[in-house]
Design a protein around this ligand. Structure first.
Ligand code: GH3
Ligand code: MG
Ligand code: MG
Ligand code: MG
Length: 299
């Protein structure tokens, strides 16, 4: 599928300036526009543009302030901002760059230069976005990695604490995986982990459920707004689905195929405490599932 057209927000209080920029760029990009700072900020939130072309001198909120606010919000911080201004003093340009703009173009503009700079900055933005998304993925299985899990856990902990909703965590570990590697080789071990990751991802029910590789042959599933009973159901579904894949494991004392053990912990988060205790609880329960014979869920 072709990439969607990049979205550019043009902000200028003089409609004819907006018009000129739109004409230069509209063949290659989707253009949105605003003629004051407040509307610009609303559109940034609503449209999440890939680039903002921003005038400085506007009645009400000026461009510097608009830029500062875009850069101050974690949700919009990474959107590149280019000032396009008749203000051409060194101090103006310096200030523009200091409030977080990536470039500064002076009016009157030269259409080919605007086009070329916009193209370059969008290319860079695309590469940065790609790198960021890769930094949150596990290289072996392609599912979320530990970094993504930690990030999401922090965010969901706060959200559930604010709304007094339960947050559940499943930690699971492949049974006798050392013996699997010894028997079938490390490459097959890797393939087995990819299959387990796929099975878990297929079984996670809600879009807000996050399945991640926790490390080695351990995986986690974070379940916001889910109580212990709900999470135990999901865990049991994981256990059964992995067993049903019948991945041969001749050396396993549990079954002749690959199995997993799971610990399930659930809390209603509070603002005073952090998520570490939840992970500890789930980990201890996983350990109990192992001692109780493996291929089971311990809630
Ligand atoms: P238990 O049922 O108690 O969990 O036994 P186990 O053998 O699974 O546990 P142990 O912690 O002794 O062994 C885990 C093994 O997982 C050892 C390690 O080499 C293997 N492993 C960890 N990460 C990877 C990986 O990315 N690929 C492969 N192939 N093996 C891995
Ligand atoms: Mg102006
Ligand atoms: Mg382990
Ligand atoms: Mg194991």
């Amino acid at each position: 599928m072709a990439d969607p057209r990049p979205k550019i927000l043009v902000v200028d209080d003089i409609p004819s300036n907006v018009h000129v920029l739109s004409r230069i760029l509209k063949d290659d990009y989707d253009i949105y526009f605003a003629t004051d700072g407040e509307k610009a900020l609303d559109l940034v939130q609503a449209r999440m543009p890939d680039l903002v072309l921003l005038d400085i001198m506007m009645p009400g909120m000026d461009g510097f302030e608009v830029c500062r606010r875009i850069k101050g919000d974690p949700a919009t911080h990474d959107i590149p901002v280019i000032f396009i201004s008749a203000k051409s003093e060194v101090e103006d340009e310096t200030r523009g760059l200091e409030v977080g703009a990536i470039d500064f173009i002076t009016k009157p503009i030269s259409p080919p230069i605007v086009k070329a700079r916009v193209r370059n900055h969008l290319l860079l933005k695309r590469q940065t976005d790609l790198l960021r998304s890769l930094s949150f993925l596990d290289g072996l299985t392609g599912i979320a990695n530990r970094r993504r899990f930690d990030d999401t856990m922090t965010r969901e902990w706060r959200r559930c604490a604010r709304s007094h909703l339960p947050l559940s965590l499943i930690i699971l570990d492949v049974d006798h995986f050392k013996a699997y590697n010894d028997q079938y080789g490390h490459q097959s071990g890797d393939e087995c982990l990819r299959i387990v990751a796929e099975v878990l991802s297929e079984r996670a029910r809600r879009p807000s459920d996050l399945v991640a590789r926790y490390g080695g042959e351990e995986f986690v599933c974070l379940l916001p707004e889910t109580d212990g009973a709900g999470a135990t159901d999901v865990a049991e579904g994981f256990r059964a689905a992995v067993a049903q894949r019948r991945i041969p494991h001749a050396q396993s004392p549990v079954a002749r195929h690959v199995t997993i053990s799971l610990g399930v912990a659930s809390v209603i988060p509070s603002a005073e405490s952090g998520p570490d205790r939840l992970a500890e609880m789930a980990d201890q329960l996983l350990y109990r599932a192992k001692r109780a014979g493996r291929n089971r869920v311990q809630g």
